[in-house]
Design a binder for this molecule. Structure first.
Ligand SMILES: [Zn+2]
Length: 357
């Protein structure tokens, strides 16, 4: 369906994904502004790590679409490909629209094939008020039951209720998955700084699409909306993306209700800000929990040695799960990515016209 040259935007590894993205950005006529934000640590090939942010179209445009990749590190391949593809496809944008590509918001996780950041933080549970009382959940207990052999990964992975409780997020145990941290992560601070530059309060409309992988049916790109059901954000999501929008609070999503989501930060920026997660399925939840548990053990052992065979086995399994090197998966991702971007740009235009009438 797509030629190999088009699919060459995909890369499982941070280093080549970044090179592709930056190359495309540098030769693009639609990009008006680029910033390369250095991360304090390096990658496994001693490469420098950056979150690269490219603004397409006029930075002063009234309507802004923000496309984010790599919040969950290793999941970055799909979003990076969609971003690089966007840069090659668009030569210009409508004058009132700016598209901001946030490449590898958690570059350490992308480079080291981890779902967390360098502190073991699940960045998509990190958006809570750390000065207040941290929320409680049953996630740590379920993880402990898994460690103690009271239940097993296959059972939890197949049981929707158990999996939702495990993945809801927790703020107690840094050695367990879905740990939201004890403070704002580097990635969260970077997002907050970007929002300060965007100044959502001065824009007419802001849509944020955060691209993830691992949940749901193989290759399907689900648009998950965590706005409260009666809110303006939810109304806008449905107006722009139609019946394809799913809602964890209503049980229509492959994702359950969660703590500390990236969503909540953008929800707080105003009623005209609409946030969606674009989640691409791969090989199912039990397999995901298996590769994550192996990686969790590896991280805890403290032996992230890129020359070591066991390390590479675990890391390659992570990359193969979260960004399958399969033509049909890449085609599905790219098709859906293009479609969602087009709907967002059209929707912002039509929606504004509709309001003005
Ligand atoms: Zn994710």
């Amino acid at each position: 369906m797509y030629a190999d040259a088009i699919l060459s935007v995909f890369a499982q590894r941070y280093k080549s994904a970044r090179e592709t993205f930056v190359d495309h950005v540098e030769t693009s006529s639609v990009i008006e502004r680029v910033t390369h934000l250095p991360h304090p640590l390096k990658g496994p090939a001693n490469e420098k790590l950056y979150c690269d942010i490219a603004w397409a179209g006029s930075p002063k445009a009234e309507k802004v679409l923000v496309l984010v990749s790599g919040l969950h590190g290793v999941e970055g391949g799909a979003g990076s490909a969609i971003q690089a593809d966007f840069v090659t496809r668009y030569r210009r944008l409508p004058p009132d629209i700016c598209v901001i590509l946030v490449h590898a918001i958690n570059p350490w996780g992308f480079a080291w094939a981890s779902r967390t950041d360098e502190q073991g933080i699940d960045v998509n549970r990190n958006f809570v008020d750390f000065d207040g009382t941290l929320p409680k959940s049953k996630a740590t207990q379920i993880w402990q039951d898994l460690q103690d052999g009271k239940t097993d990964i296959h059972t939890v992975g197949q049981d929707r209720e158990q999996f939702d409780l495990l993945s809801e997020g927790q703020y107690e145990d840094a050695t367990a998955p879905y740990f939201g941290g004890k403070e704002a992560s580097w990635s969260r601070q970077t997002i907050e700084q970007l929002a300060a530059q965007i100044k959502p309060e001065k824009r007419k409309k802001v849509i944020v699409v955060d691209i993830h992988t691992g949940l749901g049916p193989y290759g399907y790109g689900e648009l998950i909306c965590d706005h409260p059901v009666d809110s303006q954000g939810h109304h806008d999501a449905v107006a722009v993306f139609g019946g394809t929008v799913t809602e964890p609070s209503l049980g229509t999503s492959s994702s359950g209700p969660k703590l500390g989501l990236h969503d909540y930060f953008w929800h707080s920026q105003g009623d005209h800000v609409c946030f969606l997660t674009l989640e691409f399925g791969t090989f199912g939840t039990p397999q995901m929990l298996r590769v994550l548990a192996d990686d969790q053990r590896l991280q805890q052992s403290g032996k992230l040695d890129w020359q070591d065979e066991n390390t590479l086995d675990v890391k390659h399994a992570m990359q193969d799960f979260f960004c399958p090197d399969e033509k049909q998966w890449k085609e599905l991702v790219l098709f859906r990515g293009r479609q969602v971007i087009e709907m967002a740009i059209d929707g912002m235009t039509e929606h504004a016209n509709h309001n003005a009438r």
